[in-house]
Structure formats: structure tokens, C-alpha cells
Ligand binder design. Structure first.
Ligand SMILES: [Zn+2]
Ligand SMILES: [Zn+2]
Ligand SMILES: [Zn+2]
Length: 100
């Protein structure tokens, strides 16, 4: 069983210029243990990101395949979270805002 990823809504989100935070899931189940597409392709990645709309796990923009960003373009799911151990920051693709 893959452990669920949770996000704790913060009062400081009100000061962030992003309307999408209000509607993200606070709990998603990761779609895979690594980047879903890279695992299928046999490719490797640098860092992992998880979609806070559907739990899709994809690789970051430093990775060759940039599957997290491709997931946003394919689905329109706006907010992703870091899926690295110890990291919980969020990023909204639409507003280009980083939420720590
Ligand atoms: Zn936003
Ligand atoms: Zn990937
Ligand atoms: Zn998604």
C-alpha cells in the first residue's frame, strides 16, 4: 500500500495570489511509487511531484521527461506538491506561485 499524501490547509493561503488552493484535495493517493510514465518507459527522473487533484506522480522539470508539467498540460490540474521526502511545498502552474 502506498501511503497517502496530505496537505494541511494554511490560513496564510489567503494571502497567496491563487484561487486554486481552495479547491485542491487535502489527501490524494499516489498513482505510483515513482514517475508513472517514466516507470512505463524505463526512464529515470531527478525529483518527483504529485498532482493534488488526482494523485498522479510525475517527474520534475529538471528531469528529462518533465512528466509533472506534461500532466498539467494534458489535464489542466493546476496544483502539484513536491513528492520528495521532507518536502511539502506546493506549486500552482496557472498562477506560477510557490507555496511553502
Ligand atoms: Zn492558482
Ligand atoms: Zn517522468
Ligand atoms: Zn492530476
Amino acid at each position: 500500500m502506498t501511503e497517502k499524501v496530505t496537505v494541511e490547509p494554511s490560513p496564510s493561503w489567503r494571502d497567496v495570489d491563487c484561487d486554486h488552493l481552495a479547491s485542491i484535495q487535502t489527501e490524494v493517493t499516489p498513482s505510483a511509487d515513482g514517475c508513472e510514465e517514466c516507470l512505463q518507459m524505463g526512464a529515470s527522473w531527478v525529483h518527483l511531484r504529485i498532482c493534488m487533484e488526482c494523485g498522479h506522480v510525475g517527474c520534475c522539470d529538471v528531469s528529462v521527461n518533465k512528466h509533472a508539467t506534461k500532466h498539467y498540460h494534458a489535464t489542466g490540474h493546476p496544483v502539484m506538491r513536491s513528492y520528495q521526502p521532507g518536502e511539502s511545498w506546493l506549486w500552482c502552474y496557472v498562477d506560477s506561485v510557490f507555496i511553502d
